[in-house]
Design a protein around this ligand. Structure first.
Ligand SMILES: Cc1cc2nc3c(=O)[nH]c(=O)nc-3n(C[C@H](O)[C@H](O)[C@H](O)COP(=O)(O)O)c2cc1C
Length: 183
């Protein structure tokens, strides 16, 4: 039975997103006591501080789902050497009003894949800056910078053998990280 519900935040809205595929493949490597819920960020309005006192329903839903999560797993592409705007928008929404952040204290995993050679390294570093400010303990190692190539995923969206083995090691460590840090 699942004891730990993990909120899954994917930083790409693209239909054939490699990061969505990575998220789907990686969540299958978790033990039965972990379950994953995809947190929708594509329908959020653009963040506007004027709306802090009267947030949209989608924002309330996101904050509620984060609160119900034991931990968060971010899976993000890199856009122009940073995180995509949709992901930053979601971080900002759920962090406000000041003093009422839903992110605070949630343990985080950060992984990603891109077609660029450094596989989202810079985007992840920018994301980690925000997570530090949001007071989210983020697992540092192993880092996961996956260079998406033709053979990274098979036709069913499964991971190539070597990547799957590497991600299994990552997942085993993440499970321990969540158990240690989840409140
Ligand atoms: C606006 C934009 C900016 C991008 N900038 C980068 C970049 O800085 N580094 C990189 O490795 N790839 C970059 N890419 C290519 C992405 O890695 C590629 O589109 C990838 O498939 C996006 O992830 P997804 O498949 O999950 O949507 C960029 C793509 C877009 C659309």
């Amino acid at each position: 039975m699942s004891q730990y519900q993990i909120g899954l935040v994917v930083g790409s809205l693209r239909r054939e997103s490699f990061n969505r595929k990575l998220a789907n493949a990686v969540t299958k490597l978790a033990p039965g006591e972990f379950s994953f819920r995809s947190l929708e960020i594509g329908d959020l309005p653009l963040y506007n501080q004027d709306d802090d006192d009267n947030p949209a329903e989608q924002v309330k839903r996101l904050k509620r789902e984060i609160s119900e999560s034991a931990a968060i797993l971010f899976v993000t592409p890199e856009y122009n050497r940073s995180m995509p705007g949709v992901l930053k928008n979601a971080l900002d929404h759920a962090s406000r009003p000041y003093g009422e952040s839903a992110w605070e204290g949630k343990p985080a995993g950060v992984i990603g894949t891109s077609i660029g050679a450094i596989g989202t390294a810079v985007a992840q570093q920018h994301l980690r800056n925000s997570l530090a400010y949001l007071d989210m303990p983020a697992m540092g190692q192993p880092e996961v910078f996956i260079h998406a190539q033709e053979d990274t995923f098979d036709d069913e969206g499964g991971l190539a053998e070597d990547t799957r083995e590497f991600m299994q090691g990552w997942m085993d460590k993440y499970v321990g990280w969540v158990k240690e840090h989840a409140k």
